[in-house]
Design a protein around this ligand. Sequence first.
Ligand SMILES: NC(=O)c1ccc[n+]([C@@H]2O[C@H](COP(=O)([O-])OP(=O)(O)OC[C@H]3O[C@@H](n4cnc5c(N)ncnc54)[C@H](OP(=O)(O)O)[C@@H]3O)[C@@H](O)[C@H]2O)c1
Length: 360
Amino acid sequence: MPLDHYVTLGRSGLRVSPFALGAMTFGEDPGGAGCDVAESERILATYLDRGGNFVDTANLYTNGHSEKILGDWFAARPGRRDRVVLASKFFANLHPGDPNGGGAGRSSIVAQLHATLRRMRTDYLDLYWLHNWDRHTPIEETLRTLDDLVRAGKIRYIGFSNTPAWITAQAQTTALLRGWTPLVALQVEYSLLARTVEGELAPFARDQGLALVPWSPLRNGFLSGKYRRGAAAAESARAAFVGGPGEDDFPVIDAVAAVAADLGTTSAAVALAWLLARAGTVVPIVGARRVEQLTGNLAALDVVLTPEHLRTLGEVSAPALNYPAALNGSLRAMLQFAGATVDGETSTVYPPLVESDVRY
Ligand SMILES: NC(=O)c1ccc[n+]([C@@H]2O[C@H](COP(=O)([O-])OP(=O)(O)OC[C@H]3O[C@@H](n4cnc5c(N)ncnc54)[C@H](OP(=O)(O)O)[C@@H]3O)[C@@H](O)[C@H]2O)c1
């Protein structure tokens, strides 16, 4: 599958490439894990040249520098900005000491968007994400503000990131009932080393036709293939911030490496291909600090995992989901006690909660 084989972002008319490009590494935050302007521009140009059209940043990333790098690059190339889907996020407070400098209240969203548009040198964003849940702001206030900004033409689509499922469901229902702009996508942590999203948010997204947009698809690079038990990571800026994989992560890392060896590809490509193979619309955000990492990761587009590979990877990474996932998974067996056949299920032997039981 090439990068210019576009998919609609959930139940919307917005067409995006199968991988978004993450710009969190663009710019040199003091002590950050990013790259300089020249390397950021090489990464961006390589992605766009391959047909990629979906770029993700946030006001927070490298303290606004990431947005500025993108803005400057597109401003220097007239006509290119309108051909891409530019997404940014609000919530982070870039004004220490000002209680309204961040969050998801009305005036702070408007101020954050204007600052983002200035840095990105554009009149509009294609997609605007709530970066984190603001527990001190009514969700109706956030939604109504975003709806106003859509109607004003400043943003086109909206999505939530890192927000609990119960709030997300409440928000989507409210938007739909009130005729406000609904969410089209959820940006969530999702990888072979982080699958608990499968408990609540992923089934909700499937039910509502929302795209899932996984962040840290290599779990901060842990699934890239460069981490070995008991050894320091070869060449990593990120490791200084997040450390390395834990002992519990290595069975998954080893299984990914074995599949990669079987297919003659890299661990990074296998881990990303696993996400592409998930049910529903799943558009991972690839991250890279160097252009070679990006091109290595894009090799995932050519990887076809067999059912056996998927079974192996699914079992070794099976998540322990929060209540009531396991209880509801076992309901099929409980209904058998009444002698009933539910949804064509006739087996009286309930299998353990494995991947095939996580139903979307
Ligand atoms: N919504 C949110 O809260 C949230 C949170 C995080 C990220 N995001 C978004 O998701 C995007 C991707 O997240 P991420 O950067 O954490 O993704 P990731 O793929 O999990 O990690 C990327 C890092 O892993 C290493 N890496 C990547 N590919 C590699 C390869 N082929 N070989 C060796 N090392 C490799 C690099 O770090 P080193 O070389 O330094 O080891 C790179 O900076 C971000 O840019 C951002 O847009 C969103």
